[in-house]
Design a protein around this ligand. Structure first.
Ligand code: SAM
Ligand code: SF4
Ligand code: F3S
Length: 442
């Protein structure tokens, strides 16, 4: 009987990348992937610890798996990801249904751990921060992603220690992969048919290997003629170096959407968060990039109700959102994280935070709706990713990552098409492929 693995992923794109790499790894010991719980003889939960009741969600999900397998053979149950790193042995003690706990820098150990468990029924947790070993190992196993748009992790971990954030504790210190190793992986992705590469890191613009920076990676990757688009995420304003800003002048394939989280529009709050930059620094980056290319747009992450946030600080955030006209952004109420500097601070009143979040989201939605309205009757370049779920139309993304749904043929998947936008809503653009390629592109 063939062995089947079910991998459930919570959290950021780096976890998605990791889940795919876990699959590339366990294939070597005979596992095929399944999307059906009941078929699995190995179940991996790749967890996220960034906010809310992350730990409880994990136990809840394991409870679900237990129920599903009540009358079947128990699968091998592995908890991976950031909660695994933070909780390690505690998980094995609290939930005997879990067999293995593996932190995000130890995936290269997964096959040995699985084989060992099958042989000796020995439970274990593995949580070393050995990013070097992990990527050395992974570089020998091909990245089999072949989605039109695929992720490529170039950097992991973080040394910034923002007071609210758990990442430095779950992903360990900042680590940049060797330049050539990344290019080799990119080449393999191109050979698989990938058209867009999204370079990933918890602090991707801090990438540094010997004298190579993120800007060198972007320029090198866009040399692959079959690559249509390059993106990177997530960045920190402090690492928005001159060479990276300059790349927007020279690059032909770097997309004009800059995801640069600011968290708050108030200098007071940025200081309390230990963000290590001012609003004015952010505005300088914004202005420099707008001068280089006025079509560049910004997206961001916001934390609402951070301890100490007063009405004035909150209004500064709203003003900044109106000024920059952020699109495609994320906003969350502050969630205290165990082990971080902000863990025990006095919380902002729940109702006040909820009402501020609503105001911020309404403003962000308004920006988004206006941006999409302004694109109606314009012609956009769309990278076609797939058929829609009902298989009647095509799905792609604009240069700003906005989903676009339009009529065309399946053979267009993987191509950049010109699409005339007919209609829009807050999240999506709808249009038709343009036959007349002389029409002006927005
Ligand atoms: N490195 C990126 C930066 O510095 O902006 C952020 C990466 S973090 C994985 C993604 C986002 O999660 C953050 O930008 C922040 O908005 C949000 N986040 C992190 N910790 C949080 C917390 N304790 N409560 C609420 N949101 C949080
Ligand atoms: Fe977390 Fe980003 Fe701050 Fe690092 S820079 S601690 S990943 S929010
Ligand atoms: Fe979550 Fe870990 Fe990513 S905490 S956001 S999965 S780095």
């Amino acid at each position: 009987m063939s062995k089947k693995i079910f991998i459930k992923t919570f959290g950021c794109q780096m976890n998605e990348y990791d889940s795919n790499r876990i699959f590339d790894t366990v294939k070597k010991i005979g596992y095929n992937r399944t999307n059906i719980y009941e078929e699995a003889n190995c179940y991996v939960l790749n967890t996220c610890h960034i906010r809310d009741k992350a730990k409880e969600k994990v136990y809840h999900e394991i409870g679900r798996v237990k129920k599903i397998f009540r009358s079947k053979n128990k699968p091998l149950v592995i908890v991976a990801g950031c909660v695994a790193q933070a909780e390690n042995q505690e998980m094995l003690k609290r939930e005997p249904y879990i067999d293995l706990v593996i932190g995000p820098q130890s995936y290269h150990e997964i096959n040995n751990k699985i084989l060992n468990f099958i042989k000796k029924k020995e439970k274990s947790e593995t949580i070393e921060f050995e990013a070097d070993d992990k990527f050395d190992y992974l570089s020998k196993i091909k990245n089999e992603m072949s989605e039109v748009s695929s992720f490529l992790t170039v950097q992991e971990g973080c040394d910034k220690f923002c007071h609210f954030c758990v990442v430095p504790y779950t992903r360990g210190p900042e680590y940049s992969r060797p330049f050539q190793q990344i290019l080799d992986e990119a080449k393999h992705l191109v050979d698989n048919g990938v058209k867009e590469i999204i370079l990933l890191g918890q602090n991707v613009n801090a990438y540094k290997h010997n004298n190579y920076r993120l800007s060198n990676l972007i320029l090198e990757i866009e040399k692959f003629s079959k690559i249509e688009r390059v993106r990177y995420t997530t960045s920190h304003p402090k690492d928005m170096s001159e060479d990276l800003i300059e790349v927007y002048k020279h690059s032909k394939k770097l997309m004009p959407l800059v995801h640069l989280p600011i968290q708050s529009g108030s200098n007071k709050i940025l200081k309390l968060m230990n963000r290590k930059h001012l609003i004015s620094d952010y505005l300088k980056i914004f202005e420099k990039l707008k001068i280089i290319n006025s079509k560049i747009e910004f997206s961001s992450d916001f934390i609402i109700g951070y301890p100490g946030e007063e009405e004035k600080d909150f209004n500064d955030t709203l003003d900044l959102i109106k000024r920059i006209k952020f699109i495609n952004s994320y906003s969350f109420i502050f969630s205290p994280r165990p082990g971080t500097a902000a863990e025990d601070l006095d919380l902002t009143d729940k109702n006040i935070s909820a009402s501020r979040l609503e105001k911020v989201q309404n403003q962000l939605f308004e920006n988004q709706i206006n941006m999409h309205k302004s694109l109606e009757n314009k012609i956009l370049k769309v990278l076609v990713e797939n058929l829609t779920e009902d298989k009647t139309q095509l799905f792609g993304r604009s240069e700003y990552m906005t989903p676009v749904i339009f009529n065309s043929k399946k053979a267009d998947i993987g191509k950049v098409m010109l699409v005339k936008i007919k209609q829009s809503n807050r999240t999506t653009l709808f249009g038709d492929v343009v036959i007349d390629s002389n029409q002006k592109v927005a």
